[in-house]
Write a protein that binds this ligand. Structure first.
Ligand SMILES: Cc1ncc(COP(=O)(O)O)c(C=O)c1O
Length: 480
């Protein structure tokens, strides 16, 4: 017990014995959490704003928070340098180019990309995904295969395929929200032709499921290119591009280290670079263009896809952010997130009304295996009636708890969780006029949506307990 007390974070050291016991039990169940003690110290130092404001932040998949020292380092960098618009040889421009170049290198190193990839900066993961959609050579002989679990920024690529008469289809997921690998394999094998693109997320932004990255090689062995949406995976897991080599990878940096927002990257495997055909040009993307000559030549490497002036003041903050994460250690982050998530999962599953009816249904994996820190759930009353998610979000707001509700830009998961019928959905989308979420609910005559709680390295045991006690308030029995 001595060890436990020494290790107790400040907030628990000062509290009741009862809480000490709860924490000791947690450590007994998840001893690996003790290896992440340095993150508790970091939380006290760099994220004190959370405790000062008594804010429980559990929307890490929405956006990570930045550390105070991380931001300070970037601010000091900005106030000690003169950076100008790149693409010139003047001193301020050259300096900006230098920092952009070294940040590109850092990103590639972070993902262990070796010499195999180039890093294209984008506004966010969505913009990176859109670049692939816009530039991939879809045609009637090609194919776009998406998994039902996908963010809308991947789903939207189907419209590029549709426009070029390229067939597209979805590969199913099981009710446990994992990809049906047998069906995927069959789809990969059966589709012939060239320019076939498989797009799937390394980790679901809704269920937290970590999909099997071996599917990348599998797809490639049948002649597919792979677009890996790694936006929800890389904040708490290691993406090793020597081990897995998708042709295209999309990420958003604020999801990894909180600051800056408005920057992401598309990593393109060099061997697939020439497949992407840029349909237009803009400032910065051409080597030469003529008005009278009616011609243009595109830039090489990353510049071809970076339209206009890149965010040269914030791109160097990516390097600072990646170094910040490296200092903490991505493996330590993974361990911490796994311990907190597993604990939360088990505790939520145990919450029952006085008649034994579960308070919460968690969709997707029921254990900590092969999953990240995102839990999607709904609340039910003692008669098993679904509670409206907006009631839960409003109640959480009152307690200064940041969680997220709705469908999380991933309709495939929600349609699976609520068993929505294809025919009904198809009929809805044949209707004309302006439509929205509430109108759809009216039409299908059933509730949908859920509550999402997401855990990251910035969270501690107190945050998890705070959400659990928030949940107990909704029980038909005295709060525990
Ligand atoms: C898996 C996944 N893909 C894509 C995105 C889109 O990211 P952004 O909004 O930063 O473009 C998100 C955002 O939550 C995500 O979780």
């Amino acid at each position: 017990m001595k060890k436990v007390i020494n290790f107790l974070p400040f907030f628990l050291r000062s509290k009741e014995n009862n809480q000490t016991n709860v924490y000791a039990q947690f450590l007994d169940r998840h001893p690996a959490y003790a290896e992440t003690e340095s993150i508790d110290e970091l939380r006290d130092k760099d994220f004190s704003r959370l405790d000062k404001q008594e804010h429980t932040y559990l929307d890490v998949t929405g956006g990570q928070l930045f550390g105070d020292s991380q931001l300070k380092k970037h601010q000091e960098f900005l106030s000690s340098t003169v950076l100008g618009n790149p693409h010139s040889i003047n001193p301020s421009s050259a300096l900006a180019e230098k920092h952009i170049g070294s940040t590109r290198k850092k990103v590639l190193e972070f993902f262990n990309a070796g010499e195999d990839y180039i890093c294209v900066f984008s506004a966010n993961a969505s913009a990176a995904l859109k670049t692939v959609g816009e530039c991939y050579p879809f045609d009637e002989n090609g194919h776009l295969l998406m998994t039902v679990d996908n963010h809308n920024s991947v789903n939207g690529i189907r419209e590029f395929a549709r426009e070029k008469n390229c067939p597209f289809q979805y590969s199913p997921i099981h009710q446990n929200l994992r990809i049906d690998e047998a069906a995927l394999q069959a789809n990969l094998e059966s589709v012939k032709g060239r320019n076939k693109l498989l797009a799937f997320p390394a980790q679901s932004n809704v269920s937290g499921v970590k999909h099997n990255l071996d599917m990348i090689k599998e797809a490639q062995s049948f002649g597919w290119d792979v677009l890996l949406d790694a936006a929800a995976f890389v904040p708490s897991d290691r993406l090793d591009l020597q081990k897995y080599q998708p042709e295209f990878v999309a990420v958003s940096f604020y999801k990894i280290f909180g600051y800056p927002t408005g920057l992401g990257a598309l990593l393109i495997k060099k061997s697939a670079y020439s497949k992407l055909k840029k349909p237009s040009f803009a400032g910065g993307t051409i080597t030469i263009v003529s008005v009278q000559g009616d011609g243009h030549y595109l830039e090489k490497e990353a510049a071809r896809f970076e339209e206009g002036t890149v965010n040269y003041l914030e791109i160097p903050a990516i390097k600072t952010g990646l170094e910040y994460i490296e200092q903490i250690g991505i493996d330590k982050i993974k361990t911490r997130v796994a311990c907190l998530t597993e604990y939360l999962l088990t505790e939520l599953q145990a919450l029952k009304h006085d008649n034994g009816q579960p308070l919460i249904e968690i969709y997707g994996p029921q254990t900590g295996a092969k999953r990240g820190g995102t839990l999607v759930m709904n609340f039910f009353d003692r008669d098993g009636k679904l509670c409206d998610f907006s009631t839960i979000e409003k109640a959480a707001y009152q307690k200064n708890i940041s969680i997220r509700t709705g469908c999380f830009c991933n309709p495939g998961i929600d349609e699976t969780n609520h068993n929505l019928q294809k025919d009904k959905l198809k009929a809805y989308f044949k209707r004309s006029g302006e439509k929205d979420y509430f109108d759809l609910i009216d039409f299908i005559g059933q509730k949908r949506g859920a509550v999402r709680v997401s855990v990251g390295y910035i969270n501690n045991f107190k945050d998890i307990r705070s959400f659990i006690s928030f949940c107990t308030v909704h029980l038909n029995k005295a709060a525990t």
